[in-house]
Write a protein that binds this ligand. Structure first.
Ligand code: DER
Length: 219
């Protein structure tokens, strides 16, 4: 589709940020899959990758890139990942693919977070896309009640278990005026592992593909 072509263009533009002989942080999703496929062209120049999901790990290994544990990575200069939404302040909603916890961990470690997206992900205000929240299974109902108190409509992503063995609640109908504040409120609910608001630590660079080309936005 034309959106796939845009995702591929954004993904390929990210190659220029991967420094030779360094560890590259790799996110999850269909845009990142195009990035992984493009990485094949420079796989001999990559020391190794750290990966945010089993799916990305398998795709990286298939093209012959070594995937190592984050704890064994001396440094992660760049992390390339997609987003479900990104605003003009580089704040994002992520987690549509269910990998938000490991994505957020690698993003916290990486020196530069490079978001690759097609223009449909650009929003004026975050929250149209339901905000995913990873929760410890026994806390699901309690967390759902607390989210209702915050004004959200939590929907259990039934049948989905994360790579960490946890569950996901997707929060609908949030009107997010203060993304950093809401990120912290969600973090403070006992039983929440991670929430999909990447506002406190957003992206540093956004590569946004549209019909007129790939726009590089720097924070
Ligand atoms: O789940 C995620 O955070 C993914 O990065 C998602 O936000 C982007 O997925 P897409 O590239 O398939 O749209």
């Amino acid at each position: 589709t034309s959106q796939d072509r845009l995702k591929q263009q954004a993904a390929e533009a990210a190659l220029q940020y991967v420094k030779p002989n360094t560890i590259v942080g790799v996110g999850t999703g269909s845009t990142v899959n195009f990035f992984i496929d493009a990485l094949a062209s420079m796989k001999n120049d990559i020391e190794a990758a750290v990966s945010s999901s089993d799916a990305s790990t398998q795709r990286l290994r298939k093209i012959g890139i070594e995937v190592i544990e984050l704890n064994n990575a001396t440094e992660v200069p760049v992390y390339i990942d997609g987003a479900d939404e990104i605003d003009e302040h580089f704040r994002m909603v992520k987690g549509g693919g269910g990998a938000l916890t490991r994505e957020k961990i690698i993003a916290a470690v990486a020196q530069q977070f490079i978001c690759v997206a097609d223009t449909s992900k650009l929003v004026g205000r975050l929250g149209q896309f339901p905000v995913p929240v990873e929760v410890i299974p026994m806390a699901r109902s309690y967390v759902a009640r607390e989210i209702v108190r915050l004004g959200g409509d939590p929907v259990w992503r039934q049948g989905f278990v994360t790579d960490n063995g946890n569950l996901i609640l997707d929060i609908h109908n949030l009107d997010i005026l203060k993304p950093v504040q809401l990120e912290e409120q969600l973090n403070n609910i006992v039983g929440v592992v991670t929430n999909g608001l990447f506002a406190r630590r957003g992206a540093d660079i956004a590569l946004i593909a549209s019909e007129s080309g790939v726009q590089t936005r720097t924070r």
